[in-house]
Design a protein. Structure first.
Length: 412
């Protein structure tokens, strides 16, 4: 029994000793990592993720003229998959016609009503003018008869002649008045016919315009290329069930020019002061990690924006890719390394090896066991330039060694 207890205690002691040895050794090793100060070309970099898009593209438009019918949005009933390569004249999409068809039915009803109204006015006018002409003819015959009686009355008594003369004058006035009334009725009839005819023609033009527009609801490619779906305001792509804004840009999809590509990226407000047009960029594409490209910044936004689901302010940057490659496609993710500055002959060390106390920057110098004050320059994501205080090959600690707080500080 006692023997088993001794064996157990001995085993525990061995395990504790082994754990102490390895854990103590690891901590000590990590706390005494020594690195040399490097010398050479130092590059100040800003690394971002971006998305490929064509520098230029041709929009595939929806039906024109819908604004004349106060239709501002049209739903996409069907559209070919994003990235489909098509020939000129190939089918691309089909749009919802329901709003325009409803207006077409209303116009058809109005057109039938106007045609009936036009026919009725035409018949009524024809009858009215025929009656007016017959009345005018009868009055002319009556006037001729009165004139004849007057011409034959010279041998009649003066009273009779006077009466015939009065009747002739009345007949003359009645005839002239009838002529004037006939002309007024004719002018009025023409005006009514012109008004109804103008309304009818306008409605017929609308009907014809709708028929022309309806033929445009089936969308075809204006030229050969790759069809790319348009992005919505929230970043999602248009597809079946999406709507196009006919009152704005009226774009269903686009045919990008794949020979000239750019990477659209966003730089945070901390780094944007380093970025400017003309800077060189090294570009990688996530889909093809074995390929690399070069580029140049062609545009930097002056005003920041806040991306969806992010509180940070960023600035849009557009990078022109120098090489043309047939495998590059819009919406591919890119890794962009922007070279904001290059210092040809510089001494530099890892960022984590530099410490600051009371605004004094220093490193832990290996061998001398001193803290060496340093004057710092530009930095990138991993390293920082030492302008004064170190030279190439000087060995320094990455992390403070044991009792380093007691080491003497060597000022510049």
């Amino acid at each position: 029994m006692k023997r088993n207890i001794y064996i157990t205690l001995g085993a525990l002691a061995v395990i504790l000793l082994v754990l102490w040895y390895f854990l103590g050794r690891t901590d000590k090793t990590e706390s005494t990592i020594i690195v040399p100060a490097k010398f050479g070309e130092f590059r100040v970099l800003v690394t971002t993720s971006g998305e490929l898009e064509a520098k230029s593209s041709e929009d595939i438009k929806g039906p024109s003229g819908l604004r004349d019918f106060r239709i501002w949005q049209v739903k996409i009933n069907d559209i070919i998959p994003d990235g489909t390569v098509v020939d000129s004249g190939a089918y691309v999409a089909d749009l919802d016609r329901s709003d325009l068809m409803n207006q077409m039915k209303d116009i058809e009803t109005e057109l039938e009503k106007l045609q009936s109204q036009y026919t009725k006015i035409q018949l009524d006018t024809s009858m009215e003018m025929r009656n007016a002409r017959e009345e005018l003819i009868n009055l002319r015959y009556n006037l001729e008869e009165l004139q004849l009686r007057y011409d034959q009355s010279k041998y009649e008594p003066p009273a009779t002649i006077r009466q015939i003369q009065i009747d002739l004058e009345k007949g003359q006035r009645a005839y002239e008045q009838a002529q004037n009334n006939y002309q007024l009725k004719l002018d009025k009839a023409r005006a009514n016919m012109q008004e109804v005819s103008a309304t009818l023609q306008q409605t017929e033009r609308k009907y014809s315009q709708i028929n022309t527009i309806l033929k445009q609801f089936r969308i075809y490619a204006p030229k050969a290329g790759m069809v790319i779906h348009r992005r919505n305001w929230d970043g999602s792509k248009q597809g079946i069930g999406s709507t196009i804004q006919t009152g704005w840009d009226n774009v269903v999809a686009s045919l990008p020019n794949l020979t000239e590509m750019i990477s659209k990226t966003y730089v945070n407000e901390i780094d944007i002061s380093k970025v400017r047009t003309g800077q060189k960029v090294e570009i990688g594409v996530d889909a093809f990690p074995d390929r690399s490209y070069t580029g140049e910044i062609i545009e930097v936004a002056n005003i920041g924006e806040q991306l969806r689901n992010s509180n940070a302010k960023v600035f849009e940057v557009r990078i022109m890719i120098n090489e043309s490659d047939t495998i590059l496609r819009p919406a591919m993710t890119t890794k962009n390394t922007i070279i904001t500055d290059v210092i040809p002959n510089a001494v530099f060390v890892p960022l984590e090896s530099v410490y600051t106390i009371d605004s004094i920057s220093f490193v832990y110098f290996s061998g001398r066991q001193t803290r060496q004050q340093v004057k710092l320059g530009r930095s990138n994501q991993n390293e920082i330039v030492v302008i004064e205080g170190l030279k190439e090959g000087d060995l320094i600690y990455l992390a403070p060694p044991a009792n380093a707080e007691k080491w003497k500080l060597i000022n510049l």
